[in-house]
Design a protein around this ligand. Structure first.
Ligand code: FMN
Length: 177
């Protein structure tokens, strides 16, 4: 049986530093991972060995063939304040956002790890967006411990530590069905 396709969408926050671990963990769990970074995530990916996983940035041109098979599942790790709100609002002005909006619209199984400091997470749009995504069936997990009960903001200055302690199995286990 061929592997299932997993899109790993990566946004610009410290947990992007663990993308290579995500690729490895996904492969060990029978997925074929495709990495779809936002522009802001690219600096975090620069020094990582992604094991030749395809990295898809920007829209294809109209005459280019499709670059990926359709996803069986999507993991958005990390999900920034910016992307989470745009996604929940149906804003598709980048390739990563178009991918996320299409996954939501087609009810493709998706797990998201929201990652925002207290100041951003205190903005009223944050809670509203979390509620919209949860209602639409996205599995949201806390970056500190993988809990799906409550999404806690990341304390300022702790982003690197939280990223280091993050376990990819928290996200991938939710996609096993
Ligand atoms: C060092 C650094 C750390 C950042 N950490 C976060 C973060 O934890 N959460 C967040 O929402 N944005 C964070 N940002 C800001 C985002 O990268 C910025 O809002 C960006 O526009 C997000 O774009 P994206 O959603 O397309 O990835 C950080 C930026 C930098 C440079």
């Amino acid at each position: 049986m061929s592997n299932r396709t997993l899109y790993i969408v990566v946004c610009g926050a410290p947990l992007a530093s663990r993308t290579a671990d995500g690729v490895k963990a996904a492969r060990a769990n029978g997925w074929d991972p495709y990495v779809i970074p936002t522009e802001a995530a690219l600096p975090w990916l620069a020094d990582q060995d992604l094991g030749n996983a395809p990295v898809i940035t920007g829209n294809r041109t109209p005459d280019q063939p499709k670059r990926t098979p359709p996803p069986d599942a999507v993991a958005v790790v990390p999900t920034t304040f910016n992307t989470l709100n745009a996604w929940a609002n149906g804003n598709a002005h980048t390739y990563a956002l178009t991918t996320l909006c299409a996954a939501l619209g087609s009810r493709t199984p998706t797990v998201s790890v929201p990652f925002a400091k207290h100041d951003l997470a205190g903005h009223p749009a944050w809670l509203a967006s979390l509620a919209v995504l949860r209602y639409a069936g996205v599995s949201l997990i806390d970056p500190h411990d993988g809990s799906s009960a409550k999404i806690e903001p990341v304390a300022s200055g702790t982003g690197g530590d939280v990223a280091e302690r993050f376990e990819w199995r928290w996200a991938l286990d939710l996609l096993l069905t």
